[in-house]
Design a protein around this ligand. Structure first.
Ligand code: AHR
Length: 486
């Protein structure tokens, strides 16, 4: 029997709902064929499925694409929009049918906040500042008038702005000192057009453990930003050349993937410490605005499209990362899984008119009540799995308390073979009715267009005890307990 303690008397704070954010890039079939049709209109079946996730925030238009994107190409009559080449992703033609207005329509439909990643790599300060004016100016101005001419009277009120993407690499190959100066400059012209809307400025942060980048940017530009980003992808291979298959892997690779994903916790703790140390008392958050698994593309698909399958291994990766973000809600203010549809660790895969929900989708649905809830301290008694060099705990947990007093306890059983009899001990609250659902299957289990519902959540039997409740967590599973308190 493993014990999990949920202590309602201690909390790291409120879980920012934006931790449950997503990312959509003009990459492969994420936009065209995924979120939208070829003419830029929304794909209603995909959007309807995504609504269930209560998406809080959506990042767009990239990624690497953002640093080649000129927003004016994507507004105005579609027939007159410029056709460009997507030089980052497959060299395909981009006709800009999906631009700012279409993205805002998508956010409106999903009920989420837009997060625009501005072009610092190949754009100008003027272009960036015009985009902000176009989106946010309520009165008369050249850009607001252009927006009206293009059919939108009210401002879009975009709060979240990213100042460049991966500027240390594909976004400009910059040194941190150079980027920090640019960030200061761009930030100065990221104006507020209404007292009710102060733009939230997210600086381009580090990849993985490039702590020097975080330090230099925060040291020099910390005064003019509200958050700094972090990108970390889980790849099972040991280098970017050999990443490994999404569906064909052995036990060692399964545990190696989980070991690699658990590194997220150390990255967050170290970057957060550096931010605190060099922010000179300013409150600067950490936005993990790209994370997720990255495998070799599905055989026979365009290598530039990053289309991969999604298994129970991905469900575990998603659940572990979301638990980590919840437990670090004092510094993680946003996270955006890469990416929403058809690219990397997607929620939804499409094939023509067909659509399937991935195991990762189900995890986001099961975790959605963590959004804006009060995080509760948890402790899990664990056994170590994997190898001596790369140990992985068998249990990974987070918990929160919603405004109505309902607790959500999310527990991952990382063992590929063993069920975990778990006893949850509740401190500071008394459990009333408890229900649970679990997503379980073999590590490589996944949904296909022929069998789209092979992996889906099922109810799990829970037994109430004097001090909490108990359940048998299936091997390789993610479980959500909803606990009414008395
Ligand atoms: O998500 C795919 C790519 O990964 C993004 O475009 C880029 O920012 C990162 O390298």
């Amino acid at each position: 029997m493993s014990h999990i303690i949920v202590n309602a008397n201690r909390s790291a704070g409120v879980i920012n709902k934006n931790i449950y954010g997503h990312f959509s890039e003009h990459l492969g079939r994420c936009i065209y064929g995924g979120l939208a049709n070829a003419d830029g209109t929304l794909r209603t079946d995909v959007v309807a499925a995504l609504k269930e996730l209560h998406v809080p925030v959506l990042r767009w238009p990239g990624g690497c694409f953002a640093d080649t994107y000129h927003w004016m190409d994507g507004v105005g009559p579609k027939a007159q929009r410029k056709t460009i080449v997507n030089t980052n992703w497959g060299g395909v033609t981009e006709d800009n049918a999906f631009g700012t207005h279409e993205f805002m329509a998508l956010c409106r439909e999903l009920g989420c906040e837009p997060y625009i990643s501005g072009n610092v790599g190949s754009g100008t300060v003027q272009e960036f500042s015009d985009w902000v004016e176009y989106c946010n100016m309520p009165g008369r101005s050249p850009m607001a008038d252009l927006r009206r001419k293009n059919g939108q009277e009210a401002p879009f009120n975009v709060r979240y702005w990213g100042i460049g993407n991966e500027t240390w690499g594909g976004g400009g190959n910059m040194r941190p000192e150079f980027y920090a100066d640019l960030c200061r400059q761009y930030s100065s012209f990221l104006r507020s057009y209404s007292p009710d809307l102060k733009p939230f400025r997210i600086a381009c942060g580090a990849s993985e453990d490039d702590y020097n980048w975080t330090r230099r940017v925060v040291e020099s530009a910390g005064r003019v930003i509200d958050a700094i980003s972090l990108h970390y992808y889980t790849i099972p291979g040991d280098n970017w050349g050999v990443k490994g298959s999404a569906t064909e892997f052995d036990r060692d690779i399964f545990y190696h993937t989980l070991y690699r994903t658990l590194w997220m916790e150390e990255l967050i703790e170290n970057h957060s410490r550096i931010i605190r140390r060099f922010a000179k008392g300013r409150d600067i958050g950490l936005a993990v605005d790209e994370w997720g698994t990255w495998y070799d593309v599905e055989p026979g698909t365009n290598p530039g499209f990053l289309f991969q399958q999604n298994t129970m291994r991905d469900a575990l990766v998603a659940a572990v990362n979301l638990n980590i973000f919840n437990n670090h809600c004092d510094t993680v203010i946003m996270a955006n899984i890469a990416q929403m549809v058809n690219v990397l660790q997607a929620m939804v895969l499409t094939d023509g008119d067909k659509l399937l929900l991935t195991p990762t989708y189900h995890v986001f649905r099961m975790y959605r009540e963590h959004q804006d809830a009060r995080q509760l301290e948890t402790y899990a008694e664990t056994r170590l799995l994997g190898s001596e060099a790369e140990p992985v705990p068998d249990l990974h947990v987070s918990a929160s308390e919603g405004a109505d007093g309902t607790l959500l306890v999310t527990a991952v059983n990382l063992s590929d073979t063993d069920a975990c009899p778990a006893q949850v001990l509740l401190t500071g609250r008394k459990a009333g009715a408890v229900t649970a659902e679990t997503l379980a299957g073999a590590p490589a289990a996944h949904n296909t267009f022929a069998a789209p519902d092979h992996v889906h959540p099922l109810p799990l039997e829970v037994r109430c005890t004097d001090s909490g409740f108990a359940a048998q967590l299936p091997p390789c599973s993610v479980t959500a307990f909803r606990v009414r308190t008395e």
